[in-house]
Design a protein around this ligand. Structure first.
Ligand code: TMP
Length: 207
């Protein structure tokens, strides 16, 4: 597979500000007239957005951990086929708000699904496509959840212990893949955080 674009993902716990930063990176790259798209997971295309509704609906209390994992993968597979792969093939820079690391952190470390199984399913769903760069925003669950607002979805409503395991998962991933994953502590205002994000983006894209 010859992918000549660049794939950059934004990861982190609830309320870490990753979506805001992804938007700032989009504006920055557009201002440089670079060909860039921003997607989100789960979602990004019609079928995956429908799956997102199922996944986040608080009414779906009976959803099993295996079903949840496979639905995240199903949403991913459709997004990869419809946009990610074609856009990377055509040389675009694709920014994605969450990707496979989220499944490892939330369904693997959070729910206890075997991480190797998730990695294998991830390869299948994403056709082997992996990020060139991942920016991971680290925040304490207490802080993040309070920033996430009061109307919580099915995943946000989980316990502080659950979100603590998710954070631990992310930190393990950052240790395991120090070349790809750049860890940013959310300990400053969004302008300062963006400066740190931008330095990693500039290094990857050589701009
Ligand atoms: P968002 O809040 O970043 O839009 O993401 C939606 C929720 O889905 C968030 O609580 C994290 C969760 N999630 C998983 O549990 N596993 C996944 O693979 C992905 C992509 C998201």
């Amino acid at each position: 597979m010859d992918l000549n674009g660049k794939f950059i993902t934004f990861e982190g716990a609830e309320g870490s500000g990753k979506s805001t930063q992804a938007g700032l990176v989009l504006n920055y790259l557009e201002s440089k007239k670079l060909p860039v798209t921003l997607l989100r997971e789960p979602g990004g295309v019609k079928i995956s957005e429908s799956i997102r509704k199922l996944l986040l609906d608080v009414k779906n209390t009976g959803m099993g951990d295996e079903c949840e994992t496979l639905l995240y993968m199903a949403a991913r597979a459709q997004m990869v086929k419809e946009v990610l792969q074609p856009q990377l093939n055509s040389g675009k820079i694709v920014l994605c708000d969450r990707f496979l690391d989220s499944t490892i952190a939330y369904q693997g470390y959070g729910n206890g699904i075997d991480v190797k199984t998730i990695e294998q399913l991830g390869l299948f769903a994403a056709k082997g496509i992996a990020p060139d760069l991942t920016i991971l925003f680290d925040i304490q669950p207490e802080k993040g959840l309070s920033r996430a607002g009061t109307k919580k979805d099915r995943i946000e409503s989980r316990s502080l212990e659950y979100h603590g395991r998710v954070r631990g998962g992310y930190l393990d991933l950052a240790k395991k893949y120090p070349g790809r994953i750049k860890l940013i502590k959310v300990d400053a205002d969004k302008e300062e955080i963006f400066k740190r994000v931008k330095s990693h983006i500039d290094a990857l894209l050589a701009i």
